[in-house]
Ligand binder design. Structure first.
Ligand code: NAD
Length: 244
């Protein structure tokens, strides 16, 4: 029987790369999406044909608790278990510090921090029944050591996700390993509007002198989910090419 992974925001950017990497590793995959139904169905077709696995696309806006419940219920209904949860979906709102509103904060925290909490609570319960599981949270170096006042709420959400990682690892011990990855800059849609000078300055601060490709994050995710990482727990792994 294949292992089962749930990937939030699994149809594009880092999430798509994570879905693809788990498919290569013979997992059945629940690909959560919010808008991109066609993309999700195409990905299902492609991955099922190529890797002989099962893919269940589930539309759910994870900022809504009811929809989180539906996502978990549909996953369990289809596969009977969840071995791995990847809290990948995230948003960033581009605005200067002084223009940021409480609404911006709430929207950002709802998707980036509260949804991972709700999903961890729901999926963690299933994993405890199974007596095994792995949860991987996609945080960011913005939650550790790269601060930008123009993403103050995003940075707080990513610090919060690291804190959620530590607390969940305690809550679900000894059966569930909970880890976080903190990527630095990655080539995805999220960064498509960054000004050229900013990208140039940031690239000079990365020791490998480039942004990451989404696959370079996804490979660390599948490692953390695997038995090769059986003693890695409550850890935060920076994948930032060495930013200074
Ligand atoms: P992206 O914008 O390409 O993808 C984000 C995904 O999240 C999309 O599929 C989107 O539909 C989904 N999503 C957003 N709101 C949702 C909601 N309410 N319900 C369900 N899905 C929702 O961005 P990305 O770069 O692939 O980012 C993926 C994760 O990696 C995010 O958590 C992001 O914060 C984190 N991250 C990205 C970078 C980077 O440089 N790109 C760096 C560090 C961390």
């Amino acid at each position: 029987m294949n292992k089962v992974v749930v990937v939030t925001g699994g149809t594009r950017g880092i999430g798509e790369a994570i879905s693809r990497e788990f498919a290569k590793n013979a997992y059945d995959i629940v690909i959560n999406f919010v808008n991109s139904e066609e993309k999700a169905n195409n990905l299902k077709k492609e991955l099922e044909e190529k890797y002989s696995i099962k893919v269940l696309p589930v539309k759910a806006d994870i900022s809504n608790e009811e929809e989180c419940k539906i996502l978990v219920e549909k996953s369990i209904h289809e596969f009977g278990k969840i071995d791995v949860l990847v809290n990948n979906a995230g948003i960033v709102i581009d605005k200067e510090f002084e223009d940021r509103t409480i609404e911006d904060w709430k929207k950002t925290l709802d998707v980036n921090l509260i949804a991972p909490f709700i999903l961890t609570k729901l999926v963690g319960k299933e994993m405890i029944k199974q007596k095994s599981g792995a949860i991987i949270n996609i945080s960011s170096t913005n939650g550790i050591n790269t601060y930008y006042p123009s993403s103050v709420d995003y940075d707080a959400s990513k610090s919060g996700l690291i804190s959620l990682t530590y607390d969940s690892a305690v809550q679900f011990a000894p059966f569930v390993r909970v880890n976080a990855i903190a990527p630095g800059w990655v080539n995805t849609e999220m960064n498509k509007d960054l000004p050229d000078d900013f990208v140039k300055d940031e690239t000079e601060r990365i020791l490998v002198r480039r942004f990451a490709e989404p696959e370079e994050i996804a490979k660390v995710v599948t490692f953390l989910a695997s038995e090769d990482a059986s003693f890695v727990n409550s850890a935060v792994i920076k994948v930032d090419g060495g930013w200074y």
